[in-house]
Structure formats: structure tokens, C-alpha cells
Design a protein around this ligand. Structure first.
Ligand SMILES: [Zn+2]
Ligand SMILES: [Zn+2]
Length: 880
């Protein structure tokens, strides 16, 4: 294939937040229009990404380029501080622009260092590096002298040719003569034209090569209006503002190679240089690696041996008399884990969970697919026996697909931070980072934004935005909402508003921080991914500095890095608070090990659907369902959690399930092999694990193949499913199942498997639900006190949440627990128990601060009860 003789080397994408209008991938994750045009229409052999001050899009770009057969060039338009990066004060020119491209892996690594240090050390309005850093991390990089805001260009604009030459020589010394190019641009701006002779003269004098770029910000010329609106959104201005930041021409689009060649026909070398640079680039980012940190061990130990030792010890504590089934399952799981080299992974997780437990930080019994592993269970990472609940290891770790396991861990919301701190200290602050997220322009929001920029009044823009149905995109809304159609056809300005908003919809708008995820690497994160710094306001309105990766979680996982989700779960705090109260009074030796899963009082609570305040089972719809179902065992509870979701509800599975449970619909198995698999769910396929077991037992799939089938059904990929259908029917034949019955069974798992829920997750959450119900049924006073306390201090109390507290108070009363009013002589800061009753906590009174409560109580504790009105009044004065 003949390719073009020009390559774009200076380009902005949507990751130049609110200054780049091009997506790299579309909503489906496929290469976006930009890349299709570059590859099919322009036939460019390569393309660079040089977003402003960041590398956010690098991995997405790298992979998408490979998909369309274009060589990706990873770069960045860096901000270079005018002087030292540490100097952070107002000046006329704080920074210059500089275009950097990674020539090879070393250059890529250096670019990551530079971009990270810009954020970590040089942040002042923008992430800035300086020449000291450039010199230190220059190798493997190609530098272009930059746009009009580059340092060389600025000197030429100031008519200081001598200085411009000096600066060019400086950069040439830093990067090496063959790696530094004089950048020429012509977007139709007078200043650009004015300095071209000066730039060419510098090239001639120094022997440096010129290179032509176009500083592309949007795809087509006609997109310039959209980009202009985008800039206004970013700078909070309106189109009509006189002095706003504005591109002075509409020529910052991806010009064709022909246009570029003609534009720079006066200097063909500048075009040739682009090919020369593209040819020099040889960067390979690896995606099939597993970059686990080392778990520190004694000299004579290996992770495999140590893991096995811990598991064997755990096996004895968990099962007292472990059977051959337990032993074999453990042996099998360990062999898979060792073969995949994941022993360290389990040790790392075991270690911080152990830390939490030893330090009184409640840990959940598990969540997600991790509960399907006996290794996790024996290590104490999870708290449910996978064999007892029929949970599958392969749902967690598929031996046929080597990807990092993904264990999400719940901690009590109040202790989560301490665990994270422990991990950071253990593996090194520099080896850990939180993960960035990107917020994008959503339909209603983008309508509001564009309307503001176009000069609509807030009332008008609100009215228009509200016409968009919740969850719909703009295109769908313009097709389906008659009012919008009418407005568009009658009002030119509104028509333009919708056209523009539609084009900007979905572009990245701002960065955020992943709520729970943390990356733990074996070396400094910046060896694998660049870092960014985000300052956030916390609930006390203090500034919080958070270091995040510049790549999103998907990219970080693709690179093979370890991600752990540390989730905060308020329910664990409630359980813990209840048990603390119990240990002080009724049950000094309370332990879950002595609690049976068939507690009569607990099931009575379920039958009566009195599950306000019970984990996962308190919503009205759930209580209705539970009242109808009348669960009689823990499997029913697990099923409830799995059934009460939009998919199964829409498919009418709830009523069917209830009817089968009560014997009103006969439970028939199409083949005897299905009975043991579907017995717990009365013949209904409810769990992904059941799909996997049917594939394995009936059609002879390997466990790994069964998981692949499960995945394909969830994603509904037609050709994969057709292939699986064939395999399934053929496999079933060897169990003497006719093709007709095989087909029928496959159709069944297709139909229900699509809604299938992860049983490992449901089982773990079912256990938490059961525990909260057990506490409520047996110790309502203590439990409701803890529930009420969990509601106070929740900042941003919306009306709804206020009602929640009121709802729990009412619920406590319905359990015949008396609520004593707040009393300055008796109330504690929080709700407390008092002779079988609950005393209202001072802090739960509206507008009362914690400091005032503490003052009142300390006054009472030191000087006894308030005796005179004066003291009481003083106390109250502080409260009110
Ligand atoms: Zn620039
Ligand atoms: Zn630029």
C-alpha cells in the first residue's frame, strides 16, 4: 500500500480537556472517526498524540492506532517553566510550550517521568517542567521547538533573533542535534507567517532541520465552531465576549497530506522531516505482562511454598476435620495459582486483610467472584466456604485466560483509610497510586453548557435541557421528543444549539479520582504510567492532594498492573457497633462462629418482611418479594439478592420463582443431570455458576471453556455464541443427549444465562444480609441503635436521608423499642441504649455540631448533672 508522504506530529485529542474535540475511540471502544480518516483516507503511516501537559490518552491511542494499522507516536505538548519549575509566582509568561515525542521505550519512560514531575513538582496553573528536568530525562526523546507559545517563537516575536538562536542551541544541546527540530506552523495566523523566515534562518545557521506541523485541535474545518464553543465552556465565557481566549482562525483541523505539502511547498524539507521522525520511532508497549509487586519473604521461602503453608494452616482452622474434597480443591486451586504465578497476589491481599483484622478494622466476608476460591477462604480473605455454596473457582481465575485476578474488598467505611495507609507504607508511597477517572459531557449537561455559551438565559437553557429524557443521548432525543423536533424546526438558534451539543456530547470534560481503586506496583509507578496530581476538597472543605495515575483503570489493568479495590461499606460499621454494644452487656463472648444459619427468629423477621435496616433487603419492592417468597434457608436469601435486579424482574423470573418455591408451578428438569445444579433455585437458571456447571457437566466443557461461554452470554456476541452452540451440542452428544435436547438446553441457558448473576457475590452479600437480620431479630435494641448512629453525621443531608433517620426511628418503635427524647442531662453525643430503651443522641439534633455536644457532656461529666438553669442555659446556648 502506498502511503502519504506527510505525518501529523502535533495533535490534540479530547484529553486536552475542553481544548480538543477529537475522540480516540468511540462509545463502543472502537477507533474513532479521526483514526479511520488518518488511516483510510489520508493513508498516513503514523500519527502522534501531543495533548496539553498530559499523557492521559496515550494507552488508548496506542492500542487504537494499532487496530487501524497506523504507527502510534506517543508525545506530549509540555509546559516548560520560564525559569525554575519550583518558582511559583505570578509573572507575564509563566511557561512556554514544547512538543516532545517518544522515539523508543527509553524515551517513553522519560516522557512519563517528565509529565509526572510536571504535576508533582512544577504545578502552577499548569503542570510544568524546566530545563533541568529536560536535561535529566532527555534521552530517547525527539523535541520540536513548539507553537507560537514556544520559547524560540516568543523570542522571534519579540524581535530578539539573537536570543531565539541561543535558545534553539540550548534545546539542541539538551536533546542532541539530530533529535531537535525547528517547528513550522501555518494556521493562517499573521504571527506564524511573520516568524517563519526567522525560524528558517535559525535552522540554516544551526544545521537543525525544520518540521511542519498543524497543531490539530479538531477533525474538519467545519468543526471549528464546535471547538470554539468547547473553548468557551472551558474558559467559562460566551461566544460574544470580546476578550475571551479564541483561536484566530479556523485552520486547526487535521489537514490532508496534500494540503500540508502545498502549504509548505516553499520548504519541502519540513514535510520530509515528518516522515524521517516517524521512521525513527520504534516504541513497543507491552500488554501481556503481569507486574505484581514482591511480597517480602524470608530468604529460604518462595511465594508458592509460603502460600501453601498458610492455606494448610487455614484449612485446619476453617474445617477442623478437612475432608478429601477440601484437600483436593485446595490442591487444584494452588496448582492453578502457582502455574499462573499469582502466589504473591494472594499473599499481598492476605497480608493487608490480616492487618485490618488485627487492628480491629472490620472486613467484609467477600464480594465479587473472589468468594469462589477456597484459597481465599482458608487465608481469611473471604468468609464463606465455596464448596458449601457451590461457588466456582474458575469464575474468579480462568486457567485458560491469564489475566490478573480482581479481588474487591469491603472494609468498614471508618477504617478503610488506615488499610490504604498500611499498604502505601509497606510497598512504598512511590509504588502506589490512586486511579484517575474521566468525566464526560452528558446530554443534558452539554445542552446547558452550549446554551450558556450561545447566550441563552439560564431559564431557557434549563427548559430545553429538561426536554431530554433521562438517560437518552441527544440524537435519540431529537428523533423521539416531539417538542424538541418542533423547536428545532421553528428556531434556527435552537437548531444550532442541538447540532453543536450533539457533536460535543461524550467528550471528556474533567478528571476525577476512582472511588476505591489503588494500583500497587513493584517499582515506582512512573516506570509504568505517568502520574497526575489532583487537589480535592474534602468534607471539611480542606484541600486534599491526591496522586493519581494519568491512565484510567482499564489502561492500568491492560498494562498488567495490580489494582485493588478498597471499598468502604457502612453496614460493616453497623455490625461492628452492634457487637461492641453486645459485648459490653448481654453477650460478652459474641462470635459469628456460634451463630447458625437457621435461626428461627431471623427467619420470622424475613417472613414478616420486617427488614428495614437490613443489608440489601430493605427496599419496599424487596420486602414485598420477600413477603411473598417466605424464605426458609440461606439459599433463598442469596436467590433474593440475585433476583431483585432489572434483568430478572423484566423477564418475569420473580413470580416464577415464588410460584415454584410454593409448589404452584411444577419443577421439571429436562435431564436428570440438571437436578443437582438447579435444585437450590427450583429449576430456574439464576446464577452464572449454574451456566458454567451445565456446560461442564452436560456438555463436557473444561472449567475455563465454561467461563468463556459464560462471558460470551453476558456480552451477547453473536458469532461467539454460535460457535459455542455447536460445541455445546456436540459435547452433549457424548453424554447421550440428543442434538434436539442439546439445542433446547442451550437455548435455555442462552435465555436465562443472559440475566445470570455472579453467585459468589450474591452468596457473600447474602451472608452480610443474614448477619444484619440476625442482629436485628435477636438484639433489636443494640442493632437499631447502631443503625440510627450510622445515619448521623452523614454530610449533605438531603431530604431523603433525613426521612431515612425518621424511618428507622419509626421502625424501632414498631419493634416496641421506646425512643427517649434528647435530654441534656442524659443524652450522649450519639444514640445510646438506656435501660432497654434508645436515648436520642445530641448530634442527631438538626444543626448541632459535635464540638458543642462534647462540651455539654464533658461539663456534665466533670461537674455532675446540670443543676441550675444558668449552666443548662449556657449548655443550650452552645447547642443552639
Ligand atoms: Zn501550543
Ligand atoms: Zn498544540
Amino acid at each position: 500500500m502506498t502511503h502519504s508522504e506527510f505525518v501529523h506530529l502535533h495533535n490534540h485529542t479530547e484529553y486536552s480537556l475542553l481544548d480538543g474535540a477529537c475522540k480516540i475511540v468511540d462509545d463502543q471502544g472502537k477507533p474513532a472517526e479521526l483514526l479511520r480518516i488518518i488511516s483510510h483516507q489520508f493513508k498516513m503511516p503514523a500519527l502522534a498524540i501531543t495533548d496539553h501537559g498530559n499523557m492521559y490518552g496515550a494507552i488508548e491511542f496506542y492500542r487504537a492506532c494499532h487496530e487501524v494499522g497506523v504507527k502510534p507516536i506517543i508525545g506530549c505538548e509540555l509546559y516548560v517553566a520560564n525559569g525554575s519549575r519550583f518558582k511559583k509566582e505570578k509573572s507575564d509568561r509563566n511557561y512556554f510550550h514544547l512538543t516532545l515525542l517518544a522515539k523508543n521505550n527509553e524515551g517513553y519512560k522519560n516522557l512519563m517521568k517528565l509529565s509526572s514531575l510536571g504535576f508533582l513538582e512544577g504545578f502552577y496553573h499548569k503542570p510544568r517542567v524546566d530545563k533541568e528536568l529536560l536535561a535529566k530525562y532527555s534521552s530517547g526523546l525527539i523535541a520540536l521547538s513548539g507553537c507560537l507559545l514556544g520559547e524560540v517563537a516568543q523570542s522571534l516575536l519579540a524581535d530578539n533573533k539573537k536570543n531565539a538562536l541561543k535558545i534553539a542551541s540550548e534545546y539542541s544541546d539538551i536533546f542532541g542535534k539530530e533529535n531537535f527540530y525547528i517547528e513550522l506552523m501555518d494556521n493562517g495566523i499573521d504571527e506564524q507567517k511573520k516568524i517563519i523566515p526567522g525560524l528558517l534562518e535559525i535552522a540554516k545557521v544551526t544545521g537543525l532541520s525544520p518540521v511542519a506541523t498543524n497543531d490539530c485541535h479538531f477533525l474538519r474545518k467545519e468543526d471549528s465552531f464546535d471547538h470554539d464553543v468547547l473553548l468557551c465552556i472551558g474558559t467559562n465565557s460566551e461566544l460574544t465576549d470580546e476578550n475571551r481566549m479564541k483561536f484566530s482562525t479556523n485552520q486547526f483541523y487535521y489537514r490532508s497530506p496534500q494540503e500540508m505539502t502545498e502549504l509548505f511547498s516553499f520548504e519541502p524539507r519540513a514535510i520530509k522531516s515528518t516522515m524521517e521522525i516517524a521512521d525513527k520511532v520504534a516504541l513497543e508497549i507491552k500488554f501481556d505482562q503481569i507486574l505484581l509487586p514482591h511480597y517480602p519473604l524470608e530468604k529460604n521461602e518462595t511465594p508458592d511454598i509460603y502460600l501453601e503453608k498458610l492455606c494448610q494452616e487455614g484449612l485446619k482452622t476453617r474445617y477442623l476435620q478437612p475432608t478429601a474434597v477440601h484437600q483436593e480443591r485446595l490442591k487444584y486451586e494452588l496448582s492453578v495459582i502457582n502455574k499462573m504465578n499469582f502466589a504473591s497476589y494472594f499473599l499481598i491481599v492476605w497480608d493487608f486483610i490480616n492487618y485490618a483484622k488485627q487492628n480491629g478494622i472490620p472486613v467484609g466476608p467477600g464480594r465479587g467472584s473472589g468468594a469462589g476460591s477456597i484459597v481465599s477462604y482458608t487465608l481469611g480473605i473471604t468468609d464463606i466456604c465455596p464448596i458449601k455454596y457451590g461457588l466456582l473457582f474458575e469464575r474468579f481465575l480462568n486457567p485458560d485466560r491469564r489475566s490478573m485476578p480482581d479481588l474487591d474488598i469491603d472494609f468498614a467505611d471508618t477504617g478503610r483509610e488506615r488499610v490504604i495507609e498500611y499498604v502505601r507504607n509497606k510497598y512504598g508511597q512511590r509504588n502506589c497510586a490512586q486511579i484517575i477517572t474521566f468525566g464526560s459531557m452528558q446530554a443534558r449537561l452539554v445542552i446547558r453548557d452550549v446554551a450558556r455559551v450561545m447566550g441563552f438565559t439560564p431559564a431557557e437553557s434549563n427548559k430545553i435541557a429538561k426536554l431530554i429524557p433521562f438517560g437518552a443521548n441527544i440524537f435519540a432525543a431529537t428523533q423521539s421528543v416531539p417538542e424538541i423536533k418542533a423547536l428545532i424546526s421553528s428556531d434556527q438558534k435552537i437548531k444550532k444549539l442541538f447540532e453543536t451539543a450533539k457533536k460535543l456530547e461524550g467528550l471528556k470534560r474533567h478528571t476525577g479520582v476512582h472511588a476505591a481503586g489503588m494500583i500497587i506496583a513493584k517499582e515506582e509507578i512512573t516506570n509504568y504510567a505517568p502520574l497526575a496530581v489532583k487537589s480535592e476538597k474534602n468534607s471539611e472543605n480542606e484541600k486534599n492532594i491526591v496522586v493519581t495515575s494519568q491512565y484510567n483503570d482499564e489502561s492500568m489493568l491492560a498494562l498488567g498492573l495490580l489494582k485493588v479495590d478498597f471499598l468502604g461499606l457502612r453496614t460493616l460499621t453497623i455490625i461492628d457497633d452492634t457487637i461492641k454494644l453486645l459485648k459490653q452487656s448481654k453477650e460478652p463472648n459474641f462470635s459469628w462462629q456460634n451463630v447458625s444459619l437457621d435461626d428461627t427468629k431471623t427467619f420470622r423477621l424475613f417472613h414478616e418482611a420486617k427488614t428495614m435496616g437490613v443489608f440489601q433487603l430493605e427496599s419496599r419492592g424487596m420486602r414485598d418479594l420477600m413477603y411473598k417468597l417466605k424464605p426458609t434457608n440461606i439459599n433463598d436469601i442469596i436467590a433474593l439478592i440475585s433476583l431483585y435486579r432489572p434483568g430478572p424482574m423484566g423477564a418475569g423470573m420473580l413470580d416464577d420463582f415464588v410460584s415454584r418455591k410454593h409448589g404452584k408451578t411444577a419443577v421439571v428438569y429436562d435431564h436428570p443431570m440438571l437436578e443437582p445444579i438447579l435444585k437450590d433455585t427450583y429449576g430456574i437458571i439464576l446464577y452464572q455458576e449454574q451456566v458454567m456447571r451445565i456446560a461442564r457437566d452436560v456438555a463436557g466443557f473444561s472449567a475455563g471453556q465454561a467461563d468463556t461461554l459464560r462471558k460470551a452470554m453476558g456480552k451477547k456476541i453473536p458469532d461467539v455464541i454460535e460457535k459455542q452452540r455447536e460445541n455445546f451440542i456436540n459435547g452433549a452428544k457424548s453424554n447421550n443427549i440428543t442434538p434436539k435436547l442439546g439445542e433446547k438446553l442451550f437455548e435455555q441457558i442462552m435465555h436465562f444465562g443472559g440475566y445470570g448473576f455472579n453467585k459468589s457475590h450474591a452468596a457473600a452479600y447474602g451472608i452480610i444480609a443474614y448477619r444484619t437480620a440476625y442482629l436485628k431479630a435477636n438484639y433489636p435494641l443494640e442493632y437499631m441503635t447502631a443503625v440510627l448512629n450510622s445515619e448521623i453525621g452523614r454530610s449533605a443531608v438531603s431530604n431523603e436521608e433525613e426521612n431515612k433517620l425518621v424511618g428507622y426511628l419509626r421502625d424501632a418503635e414498631s419493634l416496641r423499642i421506646e425512643i427517649l427524647p434528647p435530654d441534656i442531662q442524659a443524652s450522649d453525643v450519639r444514640f445510646s441504649t438506656e435501660n432497654g430503651k434508645i436515648r436520642f443522641g445530641l448530634l442527631a439534633i438538626k444543626n448541632v455540631g459535635e464540638a458543642a455536644c462534647l462540651d455539654i457532656i464533658s461539663e456534665r461529666n466533670t461537674n455532675g448533672a446540670f443543676k441550675s438553669w444558668t449552666i443548662l442555659y449556657q449548655g443550650l446556648a452552645q447547642v443552639l
